[in-house]
Design a protein around this ligand. Structure first.
Ligand code: GLU
Length: 878
């Protein structure tokens, strides 16, 4: 063992000696100047280790090259950087990598130029010069081209550019100098110096721009996105392109659901085998939680070392020379730097950042980028940009707003339907036809109308077992139509397929083409038994009370007014010329009879003679006329409409009875509704249905309807289907209202690109009334629709006091008027009597009032000075 080690040492010393004499040493020092980003230094060191270990190099042919790192850690202080750089060249290095900061990098670059040492960079540099610099960062012009091509593909006619520094704006230069700039409106907004960038964003929001390009450095990208979300420019209304090559290293979780259409690019594909392989080597040293966290500059630092090693190997093979210790303050140069730079530039390797290749001007202008789109699952590759080919979209990718129209022209869909009336039915002539022609129905027509809008072709396939799709919680598998859509054996499913939250997790649905809710189908109930007091029905209780009150009040008033009015006091024996007694017909016995006689249209021979009594009578008769007619009319209607006897009024009632059986469709959304409901009666109902599943759960709706007609059975089904059945089966009907609100949609594979198109077509059909027309056609017109159209039912309701209040008011006015007349004629008569009998007016009043208070219907004429005719002629009433 000791001997072996000695041998190796001897071999090493000999090789070193020979190579010292013959040419460059294989052990080569390389300088690294690193500023704050530790990931770059780590990547650099790992790459050196990989070259030295030989087992993980991306660049082959580096055999024999052994790199030693001479690193310097710096800050932004230019003088210190100068010192550190000089220290490095003083120690003798074959090349210098870094730093990343623009100012300090420029200094190192010019020093390397002067001393003829290759300078390897991996940073965005807007002013790329040739010299001894080898920059692995894609050339700014070419990057600008990428975004130019994206905008062109997106056919943006207007866009705002949000940028953080003028240097970066170069990346956008092409976008501000497009050839068709006359027809394009573009504006650049400076984000400001931060940390608050909202002002510029608000300006963009306030403008009419809906397309935004965000161009900023990786350090502030997360803050910018956060603030953009707050300001509201990361929302459905905007389409945003992010230029940073490090977009994938930022957490995009909060923006996935913002609705924004966000496009980005990446240089490093974290899933590529080469990236995976390299990151696994010294995985601990990389210190990355995820391969997508690898930043571009770090990846380029790794690639830089690999490229350098390969270039140096070439130099070693062909040129004799040595490493020199140089001094910044002397004019001596290395002399091999330029050759080494050229060797490096002529190399072509496949690194972390893809194919690395330099053009004749020494720039990395040939590269490719992945174009990404932010979706609910995260960033998804939608295309690829290559220097010579421009953008190639992934197969099936459609650009929103551009490909919408033309997209589905050549598409052929396999559409699942079920034979459920009226959604999908076999034509009567189906035996004689083949293919799609065998089917007709509401769903069939909808697909046909959609195909007219979008231009796709389709073939229908019947779901034979009529299973729409339910999830088996134990296996996690979906059956029925949903299962087939997930498996990809069908493209679309349309029938009375309810959109539920559970199904929506597994597949996508279009917008709803029909709205409905769960209700109960039951046979029509029998009429209610006759009610003894049904004659009271036309009026409500309070009207009856007011009517009785009106009767009592009018009776009392007539009784009093009849006494006050002198004309009503007449001679009971007309043959006696000068009677001693006068009588009034308004006695305690007769007055109520007269009043009720008028009410009940009986002839009581009642004929008031005075103005006051007549006014009261007219008011009462008018009142009777209206009230009587209203009563008769309402009673007639009430007798024509017999109320029904419902064994239950709402679905819930079913839970607490044992006479009526009830059920729903097996595996349907109605049954799921009861299963998932936490409402106690619905839980009871679900348990009942599951306990009696064989008896009450149906394979299809038709079986449920049949059972409803034959047995004492209620079928829980969807209102749309109930409506259809009610039109055709006259002995069944819907009982109660809707238990929930939901709708039918067309199912398709999750996140499929044509989802928006199909939804848009459904909305169009709704907006232009086609869905309504189709619904009318299949519900009312075809296959026996309107068979059970109900006669217009008169729903008779008891009249409330409010309905007859006016009549009461008119009568009250009549009563008040009659009182006025009565009072006046009474007082006038007293005045005449007082004069006639030569007594005081007051005494006469008191006497008359006393008489009235006795309620006597006979009046004795005491001091008769004139004849009765005289009294009459003097009376104001006459
Ligand atoms: N529309 C239901 C579904 O999609 C089937 C009928 C029902 O459950 O009432 O599952």
């Amino acid at each position: 063992m000791i001997l072996n080690d000695r041998k190796i040492l001897l071999l090493y010393i000999t090789t070193a000696f020979i190579s010292h004499i013959l040419g460059f040493p294989r052990k080569i020092p390389i300088g690294g100047i690193f500023d704050s980003d530790e990931m770059i230094q780590r990547a650099f060191e790992i790459s050196i280790e990989a070259v030295n270990n030989k087992n993980i190099t991306v660049a082959e042919d580096t055999m024999g090259v052994f790199l030693t790192l001479k690193s310097e850690k710096i800050n932004k202080n230019a003088i210190r950087v100068a010192k550190r750089a000089c220290k490095l060249v003083n120690r003798g290095v074959a090349g210098i990598f870094g730093p990343q900061n623009k100012l300090t990098a420029n200094y190192v670059e010019s020093m390397c130029d002067t001393l003829d040492i290759p300078h390897i960079a991996a940073r965005w540099d807007s002013e790329s010069k040739r010299g001894n610099v080898i920059n692995l960062y894609p050339h700014p012009d070419m990057l600008s081209m990428v975004f130019h091509d994206i905008i062109k593909e997106y056919k943006w006619k207007e866009y705002a550019i949000l940028y953080d520094n003028t240097d970066n704006l170069i990346r956008m230069s092409r976008l501000l100098k497009l050839p068709n700039m006359n027809s394009i409106s573009a504006m650049a907004f400076h984000l400001g110096s931060g940390p608050n960038f909202r002002k510029a964003m608000k300006e963009v929001k306030g403008s009419d721009y809906r397309n935004i390009i965000i161009d900023c450095s990786t350090d502030i990208l997360a803050t910018i996105l956060e603030q953009a979300l707050q300001v509201g420019i990361l929302s459905e209304r905007y389409r945003v392109v992010i230029t940073s090559l490090d977009l994938q290293t930022v957490s995009l979780e909060p923006y996935k659901y913002s609705g924004v259409n966000l496009t980005g690019v990446r240089l490093i594909n974290p899933e590529s085998p080469i990236v995976q392989r390299i990151l696994q080597f010294r995985a601990f040293n990389w210190n990355l939680t995820n391969s997508s966290d690898l930043k571009v500059e770090a990846a380029l630092a790794y690639d830089a070392v690999q490229l350098f090693a390969r270039g140096y190997a070439r130099l070693y093979d062909s040129v004799k020379g040595n490493i020199k210790k140089l001094f910044c303050n002397r004019t001596e140069i290395w002399g091999h730097g330029f050759s080494l730079s050229n060797y490096i530039r002529n190399e072509q390797i496949n690194g972390l950042s893809g194919m690395i290749k330099f053009d004749t001007a020494g720039f990395r202008s040939e590269f490719h980028l992945d174009i990404l789109n932010l979706e609910k699952q995260g960033l998804r590759k939608i295309g690829r940009w290559e220097t010579n080919f421009g953008i190639k979209w992934e197969p099936g990718h459609r650009i929103p707003g551009v490909d919408d129209e033309k997209s589905l022209r050549d598409k052929h869909f396999l559409v699942l339907i079920s034979l459920t009336d009226p959604y999908g039915m076999l034509k009567e002539s189906s035996n004689m036809t083949i293919g799609n022609d065998r089917y007709e129905g509401f769903a069939i027509d909808i697909i046909h109308e959609m195909s007219k809008i979008l231009g796709f072709n389709y073939t229908f396939e019947v779901q034979v077992d009529n299973a729409y799709g339910s999830l088996n919680k134990t296996t996690g598998q979906w059956n029925g139509m949903i299962g087939k859509i997930i498996a990809g054996t069908a493209d679309l499913a349309i029938t009375d397929l309810t959109v539920t939250a559970e199904r929506q997790d597994a597949v996508d649905f279009t917008s709803l083409f029909m709205n409905l809710g769960i209700s109960v189908l039951y046979r029509k109930p029998t009429s209610a038994p006759p009610n003894l007091l049904s004659f009271l029905g036309p009026f409500s209780k309070d009207v009856w009370v007011y009517l009785i009150a009106a009767y009592i009040i009018v009776t009392m008033l007539l009784f009093v007014i009849g006494k006050l009015c002198p004309v009503e006091w007449t001679n009971p024996y007309p043959c006696i010329k000068e009677p001693e007694v006068l009588e009034t017909p308004f006695t305690l016995l007769d007055t109520p009879f007269c009043v009720i006689g008028a009410l009940l249209k009986g002839n009581t021979g009642f004929a008031p003679a005075g103005i006051s009594t007549r006014t009261l009578a007219i008011a009462w008769w008018f009142f009777n006329l209206i009230i009587g007619s209203t009563y008769v009319a309402n009673l007639a209607a009430a007798l024509a409409t017999k109320s029904a006897a419902w064994p239950f009024k709402v679905a819930e009632d079913l839970a607490y009875q044992h006479e009526i059986k009830y059920g729903a469709k097996k595996g349907g959304s109605t049954l799921s509704f009861f299963k998932d409901s936490s409402h106690e009666p619905y839980q009871i109902m679900y348990n009942y249905m599951m306990d009696h599943a064989d008896e009450v759960l149906m394979g299809k709706n038709e079986d449920g309807v049949w059972k409803v007609q034959q047995e004492n059975y209620a079928y829980l089904m969807e209102s749309s289907s109930i409506e259809y059945i009610q039109q055709r089966k006259c002995n069944v009907t819907q009982v109660g209202g809707l238990l929930d609100a939901k709708g039918y949609g067309i199912a398709m594979k999750k996140d499929i690109y044509y989802r928006t198109d199909l939804s848009g077509a459904v909305l169009k059909l709704k907006e232009n009334g086609i869905i309504n027309e189709l619904q009318h056609k299949w519900w009312r017109e075809k296959r026996g629709g309107d068979e059970c159209e109900e006669k217009v039912k008169v729903q008779v309701e008891a009249l409330n006091f409010e309905d007859v209040k006016g009549v009461f008011l008119i009568m009250t006015s009549g009563v008040m008027l009659s009182w006025l007349f009565a009072g006046w004629s009474f007082l006038w008569n007293i005045r005449n009597l007082a004069i006639q009998h030569n007594v005081f007016y007051r005494d006469q009043i008191i006497e008359e009032l006393k008489f009235l208070a006795k309620c006597n219907s006979k009046k004795i004429i005491k001091r008769r000075k004139t004849s009765l005719e005289t009294i009459k002629s003097n009376s104001t009433d006459s």
